[in-house]
Design a binder for this molecule. Structure first.
Ligand code: GLN
Length: 381
């Protein structure tokens, strides 16, 4: 059972203040306050590096009810700046092999609030947009907290990708399949797992790696990973992606990687009002007509009105029409804005990994090298 019950507050930059109980690490936190509609998978959300710089509100009212597990981690540690929920639900004592969420939050150094009216908070974030905010368990005048929220740096002003990217390259998988370099902009573990499960030998490289350093690894294909923050400020990865595209290497961009590809090829991105975060977003694959229920975590999107003529929209959100997938007309370059690895969420978009790895296999199986031409583009389309 939880023993301490300390009041704590969330203040938003628009002047709203919500009261709850302090959970997790006893410390103040700040960040962009966003909500996710996932029902399960709270630990995957909290360890997803794309949430770096953000305080995450769960709309699901009960969080913690199946504990925490090492297998649910999307990176080596919790990445969010803070967490807000309606009820921190105690794990039943009899639950085998699991640890309590609150203890895990303390160990991971994540401050949070429970007991918050998350329906009212979510409605506010939906109507006014994602906002900067602070969490504090220190009794202070509301005005001070609101002013602190207004001083929180924006996502574009923080070196978030550098903070979460691997320091050094590492290898995963010894399979006989294609060699894939994953550019770690804040990669979720399950992206690598999906590649390894399909026989790939994966090398994960830091975001600072240049196109030349990546090509020196002789990859059959490159994955540009998900990651935190504003894609438009990432000059280094954008330049790397541009050079890789022109070299004809097959590339699959996921979420931040999708945005980087669009920017590298002459497109632009914009910030969504409150973003897409959840495990229940309908997306239509425009080339097959099928609709998938998908996992999302993005606050930015590719601007369809500014799309260069070489990029074709392949997937679209059925909630708000945003671009959710792209491919290049002639280069073997594909991307999706959402998360085919899911975790948490429905697994039905894993077909995108099949298509990518299948395209790499076919290209390598022909004349032994990758052509980079229409055949593989068609295979993934
Ligand atoms: N999951 C991601 O890769 C997120 C991409 C980007 N940081 C966004 O918020 O849109």
């Amino acid at each position: 059972m939880r023993t301490s019950r300390r009041p704590a507050w969330l203040a938003l930059e628009d002047g709203a203040v919500y009261e709850g109980e302090a959970i997790g690490r006893a410390a103040d936190a700040w960040g962009e306050v966003v909500f996710t509609t996932v029902v399960t998978g709270y630990q995957e959300v909290l360890t997803d590096p794309s949430y770096r710089g953000q305080i995450v509100v769960f709309t699901q009212p009960l969080v913690g009810n199946y504990g925490t597990f090492p297998g649910a981690l999307e990176s080596s540690r919790a990445q969010v700046n803070g967490v807000i929920m309606r009820e921190l639900c105690d794990l039943p004592d009899a639950h085998p092999g699991a640890a309590r969420l609150e203890q895990w939050l303390v160990e991971q150094g994540i401050p949070g609030l429970s007991g918050v009216d998350t329906r009212a908070l979510t409605r506010r974030l939906r109507s006014r947009g994602a906002m900067r905010g602070v969490i504090s368990a220190q009794a202070r005048p509301a005005r001070e907290l609101i002013e602190a929220a207004r001083r929180v740096p924006g996502l574009s002003e923080q070196p978030l990708v550098e903070e979460v990217s691997a320091g050094e390259p590492y290898h995963v998988g010894t399979g006989p399949g294609p060699r894939v370099v994953v550019v770690d902009l804040g990669v979720k573990r399950h992206i690598v797992t999906h590649l390894v499960q399909r026989g790939c030998r994966v090398t994960v490289v830091p975001s600072r790696f240049t196109a030349g350093e990546i090509r020196a690894l002789h990859p059959d294909g490159v994955v540009l990973s998900n990651g935190p923050g504003d894609p438009a400020v990432l000059d280094g990865p954008i330049a790397t992606a541009r050079e890789l595209c022109s070299s004809g290497i097959p590339i699959f961009g996921i979420c931040l990687g999708h945005q980087i590809l669009a920017l590298a090829l002459g497109g632009s991105t914009y910030k969504l009002k409150f973003g897409h975060r959840g495990g229940n977003h309908p997306v239509k694959d425009l080339e097959t007509g099928r609709v998938f229920i998908t996992t999302h975590n993005h606050g930015y999107a590719v601007d369809e009105a500014q799309l260069p003529p070489d990029l074709i929209v392949t997937h679209r959100s059925l909630n708000d029409g945003t671009v959710e997938g792209l491919r290049h007309r002639s280069l073997p370059v594909w991307s999706v804005q959402y998360h085919p690895e899911a975790t948490p969420g429905p697994q039905e978009s894993a077909y995108l990994f099949d298509r990518f790895v299948g395209a790499l296999r076919r290209a390598a199986g022909g004349d032994g090298r990758l052509s980079g031409k229409d055949e593989s583009a068609g295979a993934l389309a």
